[in-house]
Write a protein that binds this ligand. Structure first.
Ligand code: PLP
Ligand code: SF4
Length: 339
């Protein structure tokens, strides 16, 4: 009998890779070859925290984690931990108050000129710091009928010029569905731009299929894709190959990062991240201060430290490689710059 091992990840489709994601903390720790002593110290908290927001990571991402290193910056983004269960004042289940801007199922209109569509409620990975931990996704699973409502809203608001595919992760949806939606949007004359916010090119680079590039580039819309990488270690050769296909096809590439304590709150890491992104023809866009979602307080970097990091980055890199430091404040008409 042939068992599929990590060596064969590359021959699986992206859907198969998604289906084979690791979801059990014990399995993850064993797969990463931790000593029994470390497994014993991490497993209790990981198991308990994963009841609240489950562990989920595909092997294409796990391959980039250094085996046996509990401080690996990629591992820290995905491994549930006991810190998530501490109740910290100010950390809530709806930090962005998005349920208020969510008037039509699947559509969030908070900022003038652009609307966000929750195209898929799924992600290929569960990032521990994510505000999605507690977003009411069950109420945001539009079928075609509900999409008609969202499309009607966009049609009737001529001030909207840009549609943003978001989620969850929009690339967790099928290319067929994404092509249909892109096609419907391109029929609306006042829409000029389509933007896709996705972490999938980082998590499962094989997601960037020929079909995907085809729907991204074949409409009349000006198309950009905002990836989400938090650490240069995520940007390996497989990611470089996927991004190269996108940039060769003419898709404008940007990156957003969340500033995370113990993961990327160092000048060296942020500098290397910007430099590697640019090698892959991606410009740094935003560096986000963490949304204050319950369970993520241990990732917080204070504003003074965040600003100092950006000033230092500015002294080391050309301006176009320095991301804008921003925070989302409920009720504001855009993300709020901190500098
Ligand atoms: C971030 C965000 C946008 C896009 O904002 P930009 O500053 O244009 O990148 C749009 N809608 C929502 C709800 C957002 O959170
Ligand atoms: S929405 Fe983005 S940050 Fe949140 S879990 Fe999904 S991929 Fe991670």
């Amino acid at each position: 009998m042939i068992t599929r091992s990590i060596a064969s990840v590359d021959s699986l489709t992206w859907q198969e890779q998604l289906a084979e994601s690791i979801r059990d903390p014990k399995k993850l720790l064993e797969w990463l070859e931790f000593d029994q002593k470390i497994i014993d110290s991490l497993l209790g908290g990981a198991t308990e925290a994963s009841n609240d927001f489950s562990l989920r990571a595909p092997k294409a991402y796990l391959k980039r984690i250094t085996k046996g290193d509990p401080n690996d910056p990629l591992l820290k983004q995905i491994l549930p931990s006991k810190e998530e269960m501490y109740a910290i004042p100010g950390y809530t289940t709806d930090p962005l108050e998005e349920t208020e801007a969510n008037l039509v199922p699947g559509l969030i209109h908070k900022y003038p000129g652009r609307v966000l569509l929750v195209v898929s409620t799924n992600c290929a990975i569960n990032c521990r710091y994510c505000f999605r931990r507690s977003f009411p996704y069950q109420e945001n699973k539009p079928g075609r009928g509900e999409w008609e409502q969202a499309l009607a809203y966009i049609r009737n608001n001529t001030s909207i010029t840009e549609v943003i595919f978001s989620g969850g992760d929009p690339l967790a949806a099928s290319d067929k569905q994404l092509r249909w939606l892109t096609n419907e949007i391109s029929k609306i004359p006042h829409i000029q731009r389509l933007r896709v916010h996705t972490r999938l090119p980082i998590v499962i680079p094989d997601r960037i299929t020929d079909d995907c590039i085809e729907w991204l580039t074949s409409s009349r819309l000006l198309t950009s894709l905002v990836i989400h990488s938090n650490h240069p270690k995520e940007l390996d050769v497989s990611v470089a190959a996927a991004l190269n296909r996108l940039s060769q096809a003419g898709v404008i590439l940007l990156n957003q990062t969340v500033l995370l304590a113990g993961i990327n709150d160092s000048i060296e890491v942020l500098q290397e991240l910007s430099e590697r992104l640019f090698q892959m023809k991606v410009l740094p866009y935003y560096l986000h201060q963490l949304d204050k979602v319950k369970g993520a307080a241990h990732f917080e970097v204070n504003d003074a430290t965040a600003k100092a990091l950006i000033l230092k980055l500015t002294s080391r890199l050309p301006g176009y490689l320095v991301p804008k430091l921003v925070r989302e404040i409920p009720g504001m008409p855009s993300k709020a710059p901190l500098l």
